[in-house]
Design a protein around this ligand. Structure first.
Ligand SMILES: [Zn+2]
Length: 480
């Protein structure tokens, strides 16, 4: 065997003249594994003279991106050579014409795996080869899968308690959708696959039925960007996450057309929807949606435009429709859509139903720290996410409108602000005072009140801007 990575034409002619059956098998052979070995051995069994073609570094890089191959060309070459199975080894360079080597060798048998060629391509290949032998994949996972798993495992180690954080979110999700293991396929597996996500803020999984089995993908945080940018996002910013639908397609490898439905735990964003449409997907089943987010609106519009059927698998629609008929501004003391927790909402509703203002100093359950002429000061019973200390400064009398706030109240507010910062050693923070239409202010209680917020190490998210309907998973307990 010549040792230059070029086709040994003389040896090939000789083998032909000896009536040997010529076989050709091609691959990258990166991170050579047991599957590769079985594959090459099977190929050899199908012929007398086996040519093993190997993609050059440049060719692999072009197809699989920088960072591949892991093992450089000459090492891969020597590895195959030392196996002593190949009669000739050819390195294919990046600008080789399509099927160039096949056309040059014209093998009696071309050995390939199912994923490499579709039915039409096989028909066309038969013009250049006597026979195309399709072998099943010899290993559970390809080299790409393995590298991906190693990368994800590494990423998992970079965030403290990542698994725990993801598990908690998955459990919350299960509660929201009334999950049970007897749901139809692929839902139980799909939901449990969310645990493979490394996005601890919004784990998402996707599935489809392809080649007579279920395939899954989960979203992964993009750890190439700073951790703080992943943590501080409030939307599913595409750049901070590799989306589940895309990872599902990656797991299918080399799929050109996909006409099977896609199942997702969260309605696909517009970018994923575009990719799915390009792949030929016609139907999307989903469990949850964020219909108020712009990416969701764009995605629905895109699906409608292209005639993609989108089906929510949870019959929560009716419930939301009923709730949407409620005039949330019609309540006297509260604005339910801005409630953040069910417990909070239940207390609020209970008070409202008994014609009590939840911020009335006579009814509030938390301790009053001190009072002034116009205000009382207490701690927030339901502090906002990541807040450190949070003090509530509440109008003692039922004042609901800033126009009803007297000069004296204003002046007192300033002195309370100063007193609080000194008394409780608050070196910095914010005084948040919302007003007016709760859909814009974000307040859940109507009586005038201000929050004095001191953050911890993390940034505080204090919402300004409200909701029109109840948060997902919350419901109004009208019976109480
Ligand atoms: Zn997406």
């Amino acid at each position: 065997m010549k040792d230059n990575g070029k086709l040994d034409k003389l040896a090939l002619i000789k083998a032909r003249s000896e009536d040997k059956k010529i076989g050709l098998v091609q691959g990258s052979w990166d991170l050579f594994h047991l599957g590769h070995l079985k594959y090459i051995k099977k190929a050899k069994e199908l012929c007398d003279y086996l040519i093993v073609a190997m993609d050059s570094d440049e060719k692999i890089k072009k197809r699989k991106g920088n960072g591949r191959p892991i093992i450089p060309e000459d090492e891969r070459y020597n590895f195959i050579k030392l196996l002593e199975i190949a009669d000739d080894i050819v390195i294919k360079d990046a600008n080789e014409e399509k099927w160039g080597l096949i056309k040059e060798v014209r093998p009696d048998v071309l050995i390939a795996i199912k994923e490499n060629y579709n039915a039409l391509q096989i028909m066309n290949l038969e013009e250049y080869c006597e026979e195309v032998a399709i072998l099943p994949r010899q290993s559970e996972s390809s080299t790409s899968d393995k590298i991906r798993k190693i990368t994800i495992a590494e990423q998992r180690n970079r965030i403290d308690d990542l698994d725990k954080k993801v598990d908690e979110k998955v459990e919350e999700f299960k509660k929201r959708i009334d999950f049970n293991n007897k749901m139809d396929a692929p839902l139980p597996q799909l939901v449990n696959y969310m645990k493979k996500s490394t996005d601890w803020i919004t784990p998402v999984s996707a599935a489809c039925y392809y080649n007579s089995e279920w395939h899954f993908g989960a979203n992964q945080s993009n750890f190439n960007i700073p951790k703080s940018d992943v943590e501080n996002r409030t939307e599913l910013y595409y750049a901070t996450v590799e989306h589940a639908e895309i990872n599902l397609l990656k797991n299918l490898e080399n799929v050109e057309k996909l006409d099977s439905p896609i199942y997702t735990t969260l309605f696909p964003c517009d970018k994923c929807m575009k990719v799915l449409i390009d792949k030929g997907v016609k139907k999307v089943y989903y469990l949850e949606d964020h219909p108020n987010r712009n990416w969701s609106k764009r995605s629905h519009a895109l699906a409608d435009e292209k005639g993609i059927e989108t089906i929510c698998l949870l019959n929560k629609k009716e419930e939301t429709e009923i709730q949407e008929n409620i005039d949330y501004h019609g309540f006297k003391y509260i604005y339910p859509p801005n409630a953040r927790k069910q417990e909070q909402l239940d207390i609020m509703m209970d008070m409202e139903n008994n014609d009590r203002d939840p911020l009335d100093p006579n009814y509030i359950e938390q301790e009053i720290l001190f009072t002034t002429d116009y205000w009382y000061i207490s701690k927030n019973r339901f502090p906002h996410q990541d807040t450190g200390e949070q003090y509530l400064i509440v109008a003692k009398e039922p004042v609901y409108d800033i126009h009803d706030m007297s000069e004296k109240m204003w002046i007192e507010l300033k002195s309370i602000w100063i007193t609080l910062t000194e008394k409780y050693n608050i070196p910095g923070g914010a005084l948040c005072f919302r007003f007016g239409n709760q859909e814009l202010s974000g307040a859940s209680l109507k009586r005038l009140h201000a929050h004095l917020v001191m953050p911890t190490d993390d940034k505080v998210r204090f919402p300004i801007g409200g909701h029109k309907t109840l948060k997902k998973g919350l419901h109004l307990n009208k019976e109480n």
